[in-house]
Design a protein around this ligand. Structure first.
Ligand code: NAD
Length: 361
């Protein structure tokens, strides 16, 4: 298979971690007979420096013409950088919003997986962790409260602010289809999270999810209220396979789920459009505090590249090999500084990438 990938290294540690992910992809290509070709584009602070804007039309068009995008991270030191002395739409992070919108990426997937070897970093008690957890959160990314009508007014001398939460059935259906498709590649269990006891939008959400579920008889579907889900994540995280939810609930629940894994340098993410196209990036930011020191953990980006193989290219075997290689380096005791613990071997960014390459079989 020939895959055209646009890489966006971005700022801070971005270039260091994207380089390692490409190294691992190239090894997968060598072992399994695929070609990954890369076109690098600028986004974020580096694009502001070069072109005066965080994302150029040309960069966006190159991304549109690719099969998938691999992103490092954008942004600098918010309190101390010239990139932030400008209007919000010219700051580095505006590039992110523009590319998500420009590529119509409405489905955000964030896995939360607990590696046995890193269980000490998990803030939950051992009896709650049990055999660990392995879930993905499928969050709707372009609708709901964050994109609804909003205004602030004064009514009879009292200030009042209004935000509106709207979903139509098409928006719900397309994200539900994504969640069920992904459940078919996993343990075939979807928990749809809403607030159907209060909100009309949630009642419609539940109905449409039930309709979609009829097309996936192998997938077990349950509904859970969002307040209960927030509790269940810290009481019994092992029960979740795919959590399907709307924008704001997903924003909050995905941060909660990532916290219980304990290590930000390990968490991948993907944002998908209606078809197979996606943008893949680590969940963390550009970590300007450690940029250029060869100490950043490249694993979140490498696991994001594995998601790219699975969801954009349907290369499940190859994605499994990448995930197994990450598992093996951890089992063998190699750690970057952010996940270091006693008795383990400390390695830098480049060495971690090299080790993962050697484990791709
Ligand atoms: P951050 O995720 O960059 O860093 C938080 C802490 O985690 C830092 O101490 C950092 O050193 C550490 N860290 C992050 N990734 C790591 C890795 N791979 N290995 C080891 N340690 C790691 O969050 P922040 O400091 O709040 O933000 C820094 C910049 O990143 C800001 O400009 C912010 O806007 C931007 N940001 C970008 C994205 C994105 O591009 N998607 C996401 C979040 C934040």
């Amino acid at each position: 298979m020939d895959c055209k990938i646009v890489t966006i290294p971005g700022d801070g540690i971005g270039p260091e971690i994207v380089r390692e992910a490409c190294k691992v992809l190239d090894q997968v290509g060598k072992v399994y007979g695929h070609t990954f070709s890369y076109t690098e584009v600028l986004m974020g602070g580096c694009s502001i420096d070069a072109y005066g804007v965080p994302l150029t039309e040309e960069a966006l068009n190159k991304a549109k013409q690719s099969d998938a995008v691999l992103l490092g991270a954008v942004g600098g030191n918010v309190g101390n950088s010239r990139w932030y002395d400008v209007a919000p739409n010219l700051r580095p992070e505006a590039g992110l919003l523009a590319i998500r919108k420009g590529l119509n990426l409405f489905a955000n997937i964030r896995p939360a997986y607990l590696y046995k070897e890193l269980a000490d970093a998990c803030p939950l008690k051992k009896e709650i962790i049990g055999d660990g957890f392995d879930m993905v959160i499928m969050r709707e990314l372009t609708g709901g409260l964050y994109f609804g009508e909003r205004h602030t007014e004064e009514v009879n001398g009292v200030r009042q602010a209004t935000d509106t939460l709207t979903y139509n059935e098409n928006e719900i259906r397309r994200i539900a289809v994504k969640a069920f498709d992904i459940a078919m590649k996993r343990s075939k269990h979807v928990i749809s999270v809403d607030k159907a006891n209060v909100l009309d939008s949630s009642r419609l959400w539940r109905k449409v999810v039930e309709e979609v579920a009829k097309d996936y008889p192998e997938v077990r579907i349950e509904h859970m209220l969002v307040d209960n889900c927030a509790m269940q994540l810290v009481m019994n995280p092992g029960q979740f396979d795919v959590i399907l939810t709307e924008n704001m609930f997903g924003d909050i629940l995905s941060d909660e789920a990532s916290m219980i894994t304990g290590s930000i340098g390990m968490l991948s993410s993907a944002s998908l459009n209606e078809g197979k196209f996606g943008m893949y990036e680590p969940s963390h930011g550009s970590a300007p505090d450690i940029a250029g020191k060869d100490i950043a953990n490249p694993i979140a980006t490498i696991l994001s590249a594995a998601m790219m193989l699975r969801y954009s290219f349907d290369l499940d075997k190859e994605a499994d090999a990448m995930e197994a290689a990450v598992q093996q380096v951890l089992t063998d005791g190699y750690r970057t500084v952010d996940i270091m613990s006693e008795g383990c071997k400390k390695v830098g960014t480049t060495q971690m990438g090299d080790l993962i390459v050697t484990y791709i079989k």
